[in-house]
Design a protein around this ligand. Structure first.
Ligand code: FHN
Length: 443
């Protein structure tokens, strides 16, 4: 292929990408929002949107079985037998300072911790249940408190995961899952709802400023089930106006939610099958993903994504205007798995050098590009070329006029041509490098 042919192909790809992008942009749903977020909440949304990277922690007594956080359900276990694990839960190596330091060094700006997962065990000191870290374990240390204090000390936000679904309580109305745990089926929704709100009140009263409440489990009930979310969300906002509310219900955001989340997929994609019913709203976005396969510690799960894959995920999420919430499942000892620690440190090294090209950036492209993505910060565009083999040209659909193109590393000037609907960036001089970042200065 001669240069002219390549140029023509690139030009046509560029035009097509632009056309698809415009249609995709028009399709972004603008969920009607009657709820008026407070000024503090709006500020918190902006801060959240700038963070771009957080670490999710799935930890509970399930870690003792080493089979992931769903083991009560997947193992077909009886709740009383399962609960006996609590009496042996003594994570001697748990050290909130160590966790927070490692996570902070990865460049993550927030931590989201599972205060109570579907197994119903509370990892904090609650007056409303004895099935908690203080009453049911010999450890008797409030893990959420230690983590919260350390997050506040080290200046990193703490978000709290809270399961709407409960596989052990009799008052929770039986849903799609957890049928074999021995629940009596004596549902008492008002009682369960009161219980959740009491716990949420504890979480938002006893642990200092909380960045977000991250709900999960909504999908366990039929679509017409009334979770009374509006009232619950109002309670959260009343207790801490800046606390963001998000719900992993896999559908478009409800009134009162402050950010939209996606599970194992980038906004607008649905490879994992959770996002078929949700379009992308105008709220701040977050996508959560596992570092290996499971969320909670699973002893056989060695299928860790490489640091390069994880960094690409952060970049791709930023390209979609979303934060990546990357999960780690601590061991029953309280240690973060060694591989997870090493990935966090590799990510941290990258973030130290290139964090500027993802933190505080906005989405720029409306459509995914095979070669990578572009994000915007003021008058700069960061072109992230994510390629194992550097292409010779990159076609970037854009309306802005480019003044200059330079590599982020080293400031080498790159040639580019303005074409109809975008530019063609000449990247052959970067070969044989793999992933690279190019800064475009725009007028
Ligand atoms: O069932 C949970 C699962 O255990 C995990 O917490 C993930 C995280 O997004 N959410 C649920 C599945 O949608």
């Amino acid at each position: 292929m001669n240069l002219y042919t390549i140029y023509t192909v690139v030009k046509s790809v560029c035009r097509q990408a632009l056309a698809v992008g415009i249609v995709a942009f028009a399709a972004l749903s603008a969920a009607a929002q009657h709820y008026q977020p407070s000024p503090e909440n709006l500020r918190a949304r902006e801060e959240f949107n700038d963070m771009r990277f957080g670490v999710f922690i799935h930890w509970g007594i399930y870690s003792m079985f080493g089979q992931g956080e769903w083991y009560l359900q997947t193992g077909g276990l009886d709740r009383d037998e399962y609960a006996k694990a609590a009496a042996g839960f003594y994570p001697a190596n748990f050290d909130a300072a160590k966790w927070v330091s490692a996570i902070k060094a990865s460049g993550a700006k927030y931590i989201c911790f599972t205060t109570r997962h579907h197994d119903g065990f509370s990892m904090f000191d609650t007056k409303y249940s004895d099935y908690d870290i203080m009453d049911a374990t010999p450890f008797k240390r409030d893990i959420v408190k230690e983590l919260a204090d350390e997050c506040h000390r080290q200046g990193i936000k703490l978000h709290l995961y809270y399961s709407h679904l409960d596989w052990t309580r009799d008052d929770y109305p039986l849903g799609r899952t957890g049928h074999k745990t021995g629940r009596k089926g004596s549902a008492d929704w008002p009682g369960y709802y009161r219980f959740m709100n009491n716990q949420l009140t504890e979480l938002l009263t006893n642990y200092g400023p909380i960045g977000a409440i991250w709900f999960d489990g909504h999908w366990d009930q039929p679509k017409d089930f009334d979770w009374q979310l509006e009232e619950q969300y109002a309670l959260i906002h009343r207790l801490q106006p800046a606390c963001l509310v998000g719900n992993n219900h896999h559908i478009a955001p409800y009134e009162g939610e402050d950010f939209q989340m996606f599970e194992r997929d980038l906004p607008g994609e649905n490879h994992a099958g959770y996002s078929g019913e949700q379009s992308v709203s105008k709220l701040p976005l977050e996508t959560c993903q596992t570092m290996n396969g499971m969320w909670g510690y699973k002893v056989a799960d060695r299928n860790y994504k490489s640091a390069k894959e994880l960094i690409r995920l952060i970049v791709k999420a930023a390209g979609k205007g979303a934060n990546l919430l990357l999960n780690v499942g601590p061991q029953p000892s309280g240690d973060l798995p060694a591989t997870a620690l090493s990935r966090l440190s590799e990510i941290g090294e990258w973030m130290g050098k290139y964090g500027e090209t993802v933190y505080g950036t906005d989405r720029y492209l409306t459509d995914a590009q095979e070669w990578g993505t572009v994000v915007r910060k003021g008058k700069k565009l960061y072109v992230h070329i994510l390629a194992d083999r550097m292409p010779e040209f990159v076609a970037i659909p854009m309306m802005d006029k480019v003044r200059e193109a330079v590599t982020f590393d080293g400031g080498e000037k790159l040639k580019f041509e303005t074409i109809d609907g975008g530019i063609v960036l000449h990247t052959s001089s970067l070969q044989p490098a793999t992933d690279r970042i190019v800064t475009l200065l725009i007028k």
